[in-house]
Design a protein. Structure first.
Length: 242
């Protein structure tokens, strides 16, 4: 608890910092903190907190100014978070609560124009890059930049790749990409500087769906290779990459 810092983040918000850098253990701590806050400060008996916004190593807590103020909320947060273990074991805190979401991906040079570049840089074949990318589970560390854009980590260092020196003007919806040791799926057509290695047919953000996103912070993502035919059958499209 001594390492946790609670700072003012606006007239109706506080931000709780758990560390100065992201890690699986910090993500587990944030997930546990959200559970504790919901159980204690977002109930009928005590409903002073109205929203939680997790990120890599922090948690923004928004509260109802008509019910409380930041002094009271800060004190209640410290009391609630006292029960957090000083050393959170990821396996004991997240296995039962984290959801593993499988996302299908059509890999290949047609769908991933940067695959060959990554393979050459790493002295690997394209097939090896694809296999490495889908071999592990990635934790959802944060959602931002655009609605549904989930930052996933950490990518195997063998296929980590720096951002493009010149971002593309048009990255297609569903593009699966790598930047440094993070990977992500573009939820919509947008500019972007990440290395594209495939396409995913799953909507990463749909305000008409329930839930509106297939993943949330704290979840884990597992990519699964699918052929082009399956990708198209699932509603995927080969969007133009400019």
């Amino acid at each position: 608890m001594d390492k946790i810092k609670i700072n003012l983040a606006g007239e109706n918000a506080l931000i709780v910092y758990f560390s100065d850098q992201a890690s699986a253990t910090v993500a587990a701590t944030i997930l546990k903190a959200q559970q504790l806050i919901r159980q204690n400060l977002m109930t009928k008996a005590c409903n002073i907190v109205i929203d939680l916004v997790p990120s890599y190593a922090s948690l923004m807590v928004m509260f109802d100014m008509e019910v409380s103020d930041h002094h009271e909320v800060r004190a209640k947060l410290r009391a609630v978070l006292q029960s957090l273990a000083s050393n959170v074991d990821e396996s004991s805190t997240t296995e039962a609560t984290s959801t593993v979401v499988e996302l299908p991906v059509y890999y290949g040079e047609e769908a991933g124009p940067d695959l060959a570049v990554i393979a050459k840089r790493a002295s690997l074949t394209i097939e090896q890059v694809i296999e490495i990318h889908q071999a592990q589970e990635y934790r959802v560390y944060a959602i931002g930049f655009a609605p549904g854009f989930a930052y996933l980590g950490e990518v195997d260092p063998r296929i980590a790749a720096p951002r493009l020196s010149t971002p593309r003007m048009k990255v297609p919806k569903g593009a699966v990409a790598i930047a440094d040791r993070q990977t992500a799926v573009y939820p919509s057509v947008s500019p972007g500087g990440w290395n594209i290695i495939g396409l995913c047919p799953v909507d990463m953000f749909n305000p008409e769906s329930d839930p509106i996103m297939p993943v949330q912070v704290g979840d884990k993502v597992k990519f699964k290779s699918i052929p082009k035919e399956a990708f198209l059958a699932m509603g995927g499209t080969l969007g133009e990459i400019v």
